[in-house]
Design a protein around this ligand. Sequence first.
Ligand code: NAD
Length: 430
Amino acid sequence: MKVTVVGTGYVGLVAGACFSSFGINVTCLDNNEEIIEKLKSGEITIHEPGLEDVVKNSILAGKLAFSTSKAHLQNADVIIIAVGTPQSADGSANLDYLNGVVDDIANNVTDDKVIIIKSTVPVGTAEKTLQLLYTKAPERKFTVVSNPEFLREGSAVSDFMKPDRVVIGLKNGMERETIQLLYTKLTEAGVPIFYTDNASAELIKYSSNCYLAMRLAFLNEMSDIAEVVGANIDDVSAGMGGDKRIGKHYLKVGPGFGGSCFPKDTAALDYLSTQIGAKSKIIDAVIAANAGRKQNLAERAYKMLNTNADHTVTVWGVTFKANTDDIRDSAALDIIDFMISKGVKIQAYDPSNTAQFANKYPDLNLAESAAAAAKNSDLIIICTEWEEFKSANFAEIAGVMRNKQIFDMRNLLGSSPSDDFKYSCLGKNA
Ligand code: NAD
């Protein structure tokens, strides 16, 4: 079976590499020449634990290739669409990239194809894609499969290889054989495949992400309550999560959810629910609570700067979570933007040394180490839960700071690393 994955970003590269490791012939296609050139020369374009080995082994085995040529749409038995679906100004999912790929398929393909939509798309997109393809190329038979992806950045390879389930949405009567073949290795390993219709598969993805975002927003509100009543949010979370009906995941206090999925997916479902006249009050509240969370914590951090002028704030972690280089919608950016708007100097450090940061803040260089970022600083804010920060050399750091303060927005350190520091965290007495 020959597979072409269109879009070689966080999802497309991981999915393409993992499918190729199953022995499937995969070409990862992207219209960004720089990405493809880097991958061809052996450079991995995203920070994702374990990915480099999978990519290198598959290339050596002759199972994985990279290209910008649309000829690979025609060469494939299966086309997997994994392009971005970012947020439009009105909150809806922007389907320009996806529609661009559909055009490419209609213009470059001359026989029947199975097309899998892995991108997160609004309910009805698979059906519209099918209609569009029939209109543009009525003589061909297309099968459009909704196969939303649930991997998490930072553990994407293991999530892809060992998913809790694979969700497949298909129109009644369409063939399952190809998709079964694609996922044979996973089904042999006992991974359940959940078959449904396209609309349900699309809604499963949005409702899953919105539900997880809701848990995070909920716990952050509980954290505010815990602070007032003198409870400990970490204990509250552990106590709640010990109940099997609730479970322990996505119950961690933090500076507000970010990333390339939750913010845009909550906005897109909010938009869709409004458009169809079934407005979700819960999702609306989750979005508002999360925006308020980021603002409140930025203000709270700013109030810790009690010197009169020339404040310097150190931001540890700019990615939206640990073990990725992705800064899209990271809460750290809201904190940084707020501080800059107040005239505060920012010194940031991130273990991923993410290149995305320089694109967004050309005037801010990431420091070379956690200690270097703390030099002459009045406050360290821990924005991302990188393990590295736990073992920082706090004696050295205390020696280089102007005001020795830490605001731990991930409750990562647990308590003050030494008596030198004034330490604050969330939802409990530090
Ligand atoms: P991304 O921005 O990292 O990658 C998208 C890639 O598609 C880019 O490299 C871009 O150059 C390429 N592209 C755009 N138009 C193209 C075209 N016409 N032809 C070829 N390539 C094209 O995006 P991502 O984070 O991988 O997300 C992709 C989709 O998967 C989104 O819908 C997202 O919501 C969903 N998703 C993402 C994650 C995640 O953790 N990132 C998890 C699950 C689902």
